[in-house]
Design a protein around this ligand. Structure first.
Ligand code: UDP
Length: 300
């Protein structure tokens, strides 16, 4: 595990070696690769706040693009030829058709989405020119926590819907702000495809096995294929927690498309992947157990 711990947590590196290293520091990165027989790299690190990417695009292009080029360069130096990349539904921009399959137009509407799309383009060029095979996995809304509660979300500041709802349930915040109630959806709030982190993890294993058996470079959309509105998620959390969750209706958040739902049939057929935790009640229930543990054991 390589992390600069700018957002990650040392406590969650529970398996394998840990290297405190920034991808801006190529010599430190070379030292990680030196003397190791590395067969593949999974590259998760990036800045991910849409609003911040609009305010400070340099931060996003520097880390998400330039530092990824550093990593790919060091991989080439050490003849590491398999790469799995965390991409995002943000590369599609405002969808022109849902569910969104891999051949949907790629028109990101903010620097975050553009930074991820740039890396996908770089990977396609590198794979054509060099000895590299890659899989880019476009996550929809990653949600839930490891059912054993070993690891879960711990963001500072927290911006994601489900942990914020659970914070309101725990009384850690007064209320949950609903960003926009005038969208063209069944109840006026945004619809998203929430995919359990354990299912995302399984897709990474599937991608690794795909490359391991000589599979071609490819891109895959990862979601459950079902959308839930913000209000439906709040109602689910009320049922799961048995607690009151006060809400405040606010205006739209800039850059939010009304509906994002994945068509993941390609991942199902090529990677042999099938979500095992698709039930929204289970997703919120695992997040709920984790959120309580987070305050009990970490955010004391
Ligand atoms: N959202 C909301 N209130 C919040 C945070 C999020 O209404 O305090 C909405 C947001 O507008 C979006 C959905 O919840 O429609 C999911 O947002 P999140 O930030 O979790 O993920 P994103 O869709 O931005 O990746």
């Amino acid at each position: 595990v390589v992390d600069n711990l700018s957002a990650g947590h040392r406590e969650f590196v529970k398996w394998g070696d840990f290297h405190l290293c920034d991808l801006g520091d190529m010599d430190a990165l070379r030292a990680v690769f030196a003397g190791r027989n590395i067969s593949a790299v999974m590259h998760f690190c990036a800045f991910t706040f849409v609003g911040e990417s609009v305010e400070n695009p340099q931060k996003y292009y520097q880390n998400n693009v330039a530092n990824t080029l550093n990593l790919l360069r060091v991989m080439r130096e050490f003849n590491v030829d398999k790469f799995i990349f965390s991409s995002t539904a943000a590369i599609f921009g405002n969808p022109v058709a849902v569910p969104i399959s891999e051949d949907h137009p790629l028109e990101p509407i903010n620097p975050y989405g553009r930074s991820k799309l740039m890396v996908e383009r770089v990977l396609a060029d590198y794979a054509r020119a060099y000895d590299l095979r890659y899989v880019a996995l476009r996550y929809f809304n990653a949600a839930g926590a490891d059912p054993d509660c070993d690891v879960g979300e711990w963001h500072d500041p927290e911006t994601h819907l489900i942990p914020l709802i659970l914070d309101a349930a725990l009384g850690k915040r007064e209320s949950l702000a609903i960003f926009g109630t005038d969208y063209d959806t069944s109840d006026g709030t945004c619809v998203r495809d929430y995919i359990h982190v354990t299912d995302l993890a399984a897709a990474h294993i599937g991608a690794l096995e795909h490359l391991g058996r000589g599979g071609a470079s490819d891109v895959f959309n990862l979601g459950n294929g079902t959308g839930f509105s913000v209000r439906e998620i709040i109602d689910t959390a009320r049922k799961v927690t048995g607690r009151d969750i006060p809400i405040q209706e606010k205006g739209r958040r800039a850059g939010d498309p009304a509906v994002l739902i994945a068509d993941s049939t390609k991942a199902m057929s090529v990677l042999n992947w099938k979500p095992a935790h698709a039930d929204i009640g289970e997703i919120v229930e695992t997040a709920w157990r984790w959120q309580q543990k987070l305050y009990r054991e970490y955010k004391k």
